[in-house]
Write a protein that binds this ligand. Structure first.
Ligand SMILES: Cc1cc2nc3c(=O)[nH]c(=O)nc-3n(C[C@H](O)[C@H](O)[C@H](O)COP(=O)(O)OP(=O)(O)OC[C@H]3O[C@@H](n4cnc5c(N)ncnc54)[C@H](O)[C@@H]3O)c2cc1C
Length: 425
């Protein structure tokens, strides 16, 4: 029984809601019980399989559709801090390898990243802190690029990492409920229901009436938080198979700052930052024997269409091949006898569409007016950076919950310390 603890309800089962829920459970003083209420959770069959499945999560469940690379484009100190805290937690998590962490494959893969910039205003502060950072000699730049750099970073392999987060949450005593709600009040009331069908490891636990609510419904904040600034940024990406596309000798750099156990992908990651300052071409290696890459991608604000577009697929492939011709199946391009690899030469395994949950004016991470007895903290609007900002956002949100409930803030190390291999999944 845990009736003496405060009960926190989190609306949203994406990377932001789940990371926040784990951070709340991970308080050194074990002072919170947590219920996640979400329409979509990572127990969907195709969210747990690295291969495509006939039934897909909806495009609005952004966390199922990210690449996801950790390549910061932070514009403010707060954003940079979130990305750096997340990088640090991912590194520790990878080194700690808690039980169940890699039961279906490596959820975090280290890789060598190459970045090309086509604009003069380079946001160096966002990337120069990564391990092994170096600037590329101008002679190595492709046409159109005026600056390039490389560094070591990680890929978060979403089909493995998101279910791992969910297992970690349940293992820490959290419980979850599949439900679409039409109001925040409804989420609070469902979370205290005695008859709801909760997913949990301990069915005997009883939770008190909710003391606080974390609002992390991604795009759902448009309706649930009555926030018209929230909108989709449509992204079409391709899952590509290219195990022959390995690092060249020249591109290999020492990974001095990575955990000793780090499995470094033999495949490179790459992106191009266009003249408007957006990464409109990216190749994200997912590691594993399949040699899978996520190749993207588009960024179309306010576009609600979840149907893949054939012309977009060809355009994505043509752009990616300019920078990484080795993505093409060498057998196919040789057969065709063409000089340059063509989009048809690439083995496309799946074409996907996801909606980045963006917010004009940026992330909303703040306290709001209480709902009855429950204090409220908003934590949404992460657009295209939710994975790389996830742990930083989760710890900021936990601080706000501590403040709202008049508790001393947990030391930052508490979350990191308990990730050091002692948790049982
Ligand atoms: C194509 C693409 C590529 C991306 N690449 C990267 C990348 O490389 N790196 C990176 O860091 N990020 C990337 N992102 C962004 C990242 O995926 C998002 O920022 C992140 O997933 C947002 O997480 P979230 O938890 O806020 O929202 P979501 O994952 O959308 O989760 C929202 C949750 O709220 C629930 N919900 C919503 N409304 C309701 C309701 N009414 N009732 C109950 N539940 C509700 C949903 O069911 C879901 O559980 C990418 C996104 C896309 C689409």
């Amino acid at each position: 029984m845990s009736a003496a603890k405060r009960h926190i309800v989190v609306v949203g089962g994406g990377v932001i809601g789940l990371s926040t829920a784990i951070a709340l459970l991970d308080h050194l003083s074990s002072r919170y019980d947590v219920t996640v209420v979400a329409e979509d959770l990572p127990d969907h069959p195709s969210t747990t399989s690295p291969s495509p499945s006939p039934s897909k999560p909806p495009a609005s469940y952004a966390s199922a559709w990210a690449g996801a690379h950790h390549v910061s484009d932070a514009k403010t100190e707060e954003e940079l801090a979130r990305d750096q805290v997340t990088f640090d937690v991912l590194k520790r998590l990878h080194a700690a390898r808690p039980p169940g962490f890699d039961e279906a494959g490596e959820p975090i893969v280290w890789n060598h990243q190459v970045e090309y910039f086509e604009q003069d205003r380079i946001n160096r502060a966002a990337v120069e802190w990564y391990p092994d950072y170096r600037e590329l000699d101008p002679s190595m730049l492709p046409p159109g690029a005026c600056f390039g750099c490389s560094f070591s970073t990680c890929t978060i392999v979403v089909p493995l990492y998101l279910p791992f987060l969910f297992r970690l949450f349940l293992a820490r005593g959290g419980r979850a409920l599949h439900a679409r709600v039409t109001s925040l009040e409804q989420a609070l009331s469902l979370a205290e229901s005695r008859t709801a069908d909760f997913i949990c490891n301990d069915t005997t636990a009883s939770f008190a009436a909710p003391s606080a609510l974390v609002v992390s419904p991604g795009l759902g904040a448009r309706a649930l938080a009555d926030d018209e600034a929230v909108h989709p940024v449509r992204g079409q990406t391709l899952l590509v198979r290219a195990p022959w596309c390995t690092l060249s000798e020249r591109d290999t750099v020492p990974n001095a700052d990575l955990p000793r156990t780090a499995a470094v992908s033999p495949w490179p990651g790459l992106s191009r930052c266009n003249e408007e300052g957006f990464r409109d071409v990216y190749v994200i290696p997912r590691g594993g024997a399949d040699g899978h890459f996520i190749v993207g991608g588009t960024r179309l604000p306010h576009d609600w269409s979840d149907e893949p577009r054939e012309a977009t697929t060809r355009d994505i492939l043509a752009q990616a091949l300019r920078y990484m011709p080795a993505l093409a199946n060498p057998h196919r391009s040789l057969t065709a006898g063409a000089g340059e690899a063509q989009p048809d030469d690439v083995d496309v395994v799946a074409v996907n569409v996801g909606f980045r949950p963006a917010r004009s004016g940026g992330v909303r991470l703040e306290r709001g007016p209480s709902l009855g007895q429950a204090q409220v903290v908003y934590n949404y609007g992460f657009g295209g950076v939710g994975y790389q900002a996830s742990w930083g956002a989760a710890l900021q949100c936990r601080d706000l919950i501590d403040d709202a409930l008049g508790q001393a803030r947990a030391p930052r190390g508490s979350t990191l310390a308990s990730l050091d291999g002692r948790c049982q999944l």
